[in-house]
Each structure stands twice: as C-alpha cells, then as structure tokens.
Design a protein around this ligand. Structure first.
Ligand code: ASP
Length: 615
C-alpha cells in the first residue's frame, strides 16, 4: 500500500546532515539506496541528490512501522519523519559526510515503489554501457553521474559569470538555418510549407556570430548546441555543446585572455588554480618539436639531431641526409630486451614503412657504432640513463633520396612541408605510441597535470588529394596572415592564417580565428578555394553582401564544453558528462531514436523514402 505525501514538507537534504544536527527533528524524502534487515533493526540508506543518510527503524518504534519498513526495496521512494541521533562511536562511518549521525524514524511513508531493477543505482561500476544508456534515468541516479552533471552545471555557470563580467552578451541564434561553413555533413530538417526544401541544423553559429558583430553587439557568447553528421568516434557526438564567442576589433591576444579567464573560472570548480597566460607555440614549432599540431607537453619534446652525425654515418645507416633526424625520448623506460623492442614495432603506424620512414630503436648498438654522435644526442635531448631514445629519420629509397621528389603536401604549412613534415609527423606518432605503451613507467600522463597551450599561425589551406584542390584548413571566413596576403594566389600552401587552437594534454579543446572583414579579401579566399562566383553567391551570397555594410574587424573562438567537463570530471568518455548522449552509432538508446515515421508524416513533408540501392 502506497502512502500520500499529505501535509509533509521536506526539511533537510539527506546528504547535508551533520553531528551538529543531533537532536533535530527532520523530514527527509528520497530513494532507498540500500536496505539492511537485521530483524529487530532495519537500516535504510536514504538517498537524494545531496548524498546518503542512514535511517534506523527500531522494533520499539512500533510493529506497524517496522512491518512497513520490511516491505521496502531498492529505489522505493519514501518520506521519513524522525530525529537525528549521534551514532555510537563504534559505528561511525568516516567514509561519508553523514557518517557521524543517523536518523531514527518515527514515521515512514512509502510514496512510490519500484520494479526489480536492471541494475542498482547504488553500484559504482556497471559494465554494460548499453543497459546504462537504455535506463539512463536510473544511471543518472548513480553518485558518479550526479557528480558529473552537477559539475557540468557549475562549469557552465562559472563560464557564463566570467563572460558576463567581461561585458559579453549571451545571444541565441537559430537551430533551423542553412548550411554553415565548417565543412562537415549537415543534419537536415524538411520544410512542410516549402516542399522539397530543407533547413540545416547549424554545425556552429559561425555566420550568425559574425553577423552579430556586423550588427554592433561587440562581444557575443553562447553555450550552444552544434550538429555535425560525421562518422562517430569514441570522443564525438552528433550533437555537442560549444562555448562560442566573438569579439569586435579583436586581436588574437584579446581572444586568448578571455579564454584563459573563463578556463581559469572553470578549473576553479575542481579546486585547481591555473597559471596564465598559457604558453604559445606556432604550428611549425609544434610540428618540429612534437610532430603534431596538438602536442601533449607532459612528455619531453623531440629534438632534431641530424647535424651530430657525419655524412658518412648517415650514409651507413641509409638515412636521407637532406631530411631531419629526430630523437624521441621516453623517460624512465629502463632496459629493453631485443624481443621487447621488436614487439614495439607493431605499435608504429604501418604508414611509416610505406613512407620510407625508419625507426632506429637499438640505441646501444648506435652508441657502439657512433659513440660521439650518440653522446651528443643524449646531451641535446636531455635523455637520462633510464630513458628510452629512438631516432626517426627518412630512409634513402632505392631510387635515391626521397627529398629530391617532395611528396605532394597534404597539409602544407608555412615552413614544414612535404617529406620534412612526414618525418616530423612520423616521429610524433612514434613518440605517442611509445608514450602510451610505457605510461606506467614514465608516469607523465597524470590526469591532474594540466598543460595548456596555444597553437598559432596555422596554415590557411590544406590540399585535398581526392578533389585536387585547396580546402580551408579552418573555415573560409578565417583571415590570412596580413604578411602573407601576396602569396594567396602564387603559393597558397605557404599562407599562414590568423587561426589558433587551444590545446590541453594532447587534445584540441577549441579553435578560432580572426575573421575576414573585407568583402574583397573574402572573395579572393573563396576563389582560392575553387568556389565559382555562382557558388559563392548561392552558398554565402547574403553574407558577402552583409560584409559590405561597414563590417568591423572581428574574431573569436569556440571550445567544446563536453570535452572540458569530461577532463574536469576525470572521465574517459564524453558520454559520462552528457545527460542523454548517443551511442557510437548515433542512437539514443533510451528514446530509441532515430525511428521510421508514419506515411502520413512523410506525405505532409512531401518525402518518399527509397532504398539506398535504388538511388
Ligand atoms: N565555428 C568554429 C568551429 O566550430 C569556431 C570559430 O571559428 O569560432 O570550429
């Protein structure tokens, strides 16, 4: 028999009771987290979002109350009227904040019961994620998820408050719009009133925020949902949340200071004080030192050591002397046997061999053959006794030096291009593969060691091998570097963009740029991207026109909120910090979406579904 709440009003939250509350009368309401029945005594751990408190029902409280308590099961919803009592010293539980007290029940009302559960929200490890997602409402009751969602709230509020304090306006932009320029696949929404026409869900509010600058709002932000229909990876969701902002008359420094400010506020929510300003590094330096544009700086940088080897040394190792020789150091790995080294080779990307990039992993042998050179490698790279040093270099191919026929630059930068780039990137991949493998030995992957970095001066364009043309490396509204304007047509690969990424421990948290605010330059960029006049008009005509009505210089950035909260929560998946996420197959397991819709709905939308093979 269930009870009604009646006149009862909750007086306290379960997790808030402390020793100082002893003697108080309380009314608690919550869920039965666990129940222990010792015959005379029944204990219930009563849970609400603030935590758990122990409720005791004694036989003395009366047969009726005791009997009722016997019927309680996990996740029943109850109201308890009682008083707070200090626990006997022997039964104090130091592991929970309410462990010094318990609530002795005088009255119990069962407000709702609960079916046998697929899993208990009282458990911390539930192996089957699909079951968790299907019963997300139960999963979200778990202490870990309550913590993560609360953290997400605190982070969002901290960011909002900071941006508000800096004079930003929070302005909403539409979800039903047209294709935006990020270049991923759109989610489309059919229009009923305009048969055959579609809205696109925004991949970001990019165009709107630029328009808001044209409209004179000066500083805009939004914590906003974005939609991209991309193949999902473990760390991607089809809809995700960005902290999106734009500033008029901005220089990169101004954007950096704002981001550093709100990240500092966000990190405070977990009690960490960030040091600002964050270090900055050009894209080229990132490639040379880390072999990647999102360096994990918790590990030592790579070192270029070609010049310590005499040309005949390089020749005897069949190394292409025109290309870099990169030393990769992984700390504290210790002695490795031949077999262990051989096994490591399976970790390196197969592409390296195809590119003719060699990994020299037997440093003992190199030391024997080239003692002086290897001593210098040690000195320059700062490698200690127990550190593992490998050299990565381009081999001389059968036809001779590769460097005489530079590979087509797939993502050229201002300086590091072609084969040179392949060597650095190869070394960067070897560095990361070894670092993963020996994570326990070097201990550098401490989740609480937060190494932020600004990566600047990205290349403006990247070469699309399949299409045989240049693509915008960021998006086509990004301004080229003022000093590189003259190369836009003659040498697009060498043009730097006023684009920047914020990177943390090897992941990109966000990217942004100073935008093009002049219509003439925007047209040149569209042209460089191979967009015909008609196509420019068709895709961005309204925007090209808007640019001509007194557009102020402006710039901005967007950071992924989900990822930030995931890092702050110390979680391993975005799904741990998104209340209702989708699976890797873009399915909502709880709602069971997507689903077919009725013929009637399709008809209204003038849509006929055909099988893919019939297209
Ligand atoms: N709209 C861009 C993105 O989502 C960010 C920006 O340039 O502000 O990647």
């Amino acid at each position: 028999m269930l009870d009604f709440v009646g006149e009862l009003k909750r007086t306290h939250m379960c997790g808030a009771l402390r020793a100082s509350d002893a003697g108080s009368n309380v009314v608690l309401m919550g869920w039965v987290n666990r129940r222990r029945d010792l015959g005379n005594l029944i204990f219930i751990d009563l849970r609400d979002r603030s935590g758990v408190t122990q409720v005791v029902i004694t036989a003395e409280a009366g047969a009726e109350l005791h009997k009722k308590a016997e019927t309680l099961r996990s996740e029943f919803v109850v109201a308890v009227v009682g008083h707070v009592k200090l626990r006997d010293p022997g039964t104090v539980n130091k592991n929970i904040p309410t462990g010094e007290i318990e609530v002795v029940a005088d009255q119990l009302r069962i407000l709702n019961d609960c079916k046998p559960l697929p899993f208990s929200p009282a458990d911390s490890d539930i192996a089957n994620e699909e079951v968790r997602l299907k019963y997300r409402y139960l999963d979200l009751r778990r202490a870990e998820m309550q913590y993560n969602i609360q953290l997400r709230h605190k982070v969002a509020i901290a960011i909002r408050e900071y941006l508000n304090s800096q004079g930003f306006y929070e302005i909403e932009t539409p979800f039903m719009t047209r294709s935006t320029p990020e270049g991923a696949r759109d989610y489309l929404v059919p229009s009923r009133v305009h048969p055959g026409e579609f809205y696109a869900l925004p991949q970001s509010p990019q165009i709107f925020k630029q328009i808001l600058m044209i409209s004179g709002f000066d500083k805009y932000f939004q914590i906003v949902r974005c939609f991209r229909d991309e193949d999902l990876r473990a760390d991607r969701q089809p809809e995700f949340t960005q902290i999106d902002l734009e500033i008029s008359f901005a220089r990169p420094d101004m954007v950096f200071a704002v981001v550093e400010g709100f990240l500092t506020a966000a990190w405070k929510t977990i009690g960490v004080d960030l040091q600002t300003p964050f270090p900055r590094m050009s894209y080229d330096d990132a490639l040379r030192k880390y072999g990647i544009d999102k360096p994990d700086m918790r590990l030592p940088a790579m070192t270029e050591v070609r010049d310590v080897f005499a040309p005949e040394n390089l020749a005897s190792l069949s190394i292409d002397a025109n290309l870099p020789v990169v030393a990769v150091v992984i700390p504290n790995v210790g002695e490795l046997s031949r077999k262990e080294r051989d096994d490591l080779r399976t970790l390196y990307p197969a592409k390296l061999a195809q590119q003719g990039i060699k990994v020299f992993d037997d440093s003992k042998r190199l030391e024997k053959s080239f003692p002086d050179a290897m001593a210098k490698v040690g000195e320059r790279s700062g490698a200690g006794e127990k550190d593992y040093v490998v050299l990565v270099a381009a081999g001389v191919s059968a036809e001779g030096s590769h460097s005489e026929q530079p590979a087509k630059a797939t993502k050229p930068s201002a300086v590091v291009t072609g084969r040179e780039r392949e060597v650095y990137e190869g070394a960067g991949q070897v560095r990361l593969a070894l670092a993963q493998k020996f994570a326990e030995r070097h201990g550098c992957f401490n989740k609480r060691d937060f190494r932020f970095l600004w990566v600047t001066d990205f290349p403006m364009f990247e070469w699309d091998e399949e299409e045989g043309r240049w693509n915008a490396a960021h998006h086509p509204f990004t301004s080229p570097h003022e000093d590189d304007m003259d190369k836009l047509e003659s040498d697009p690969g060498a043009v730097r963009a006023l684009a920047y990424d914020i990177v943390l421990n090897g992941t990109e948290l966000g990217s942004g740029s100073i935008r093009i605010h002049r219509q003439d330059i925007q047209s040149i960029i569209f042209k460089a991207l191979g967009m015909s006049k008609e196509e420019q008009q068709e895709r961005f005509g309204f925007f090209l026109e808007a640019l001509q009505y007194g557009t102020p210089p402006h710039g901005g950035i967007a950071l992924g909120l989900d990822r930030i909260v995931m890092i702050l929560a110390g979680a391993d998946s975005l799904r741990e910090v998104i209340p209702f996420p989708k699976t890797a197959k873009a399915i909502d397991m709880m709602m069971d979406a997507p689903t077919p819709v009725s013929d009637k709905q399709l008809k209204e939308l003038s849509i006929a579904v055909v099988e893919k093979k019939d297209l």
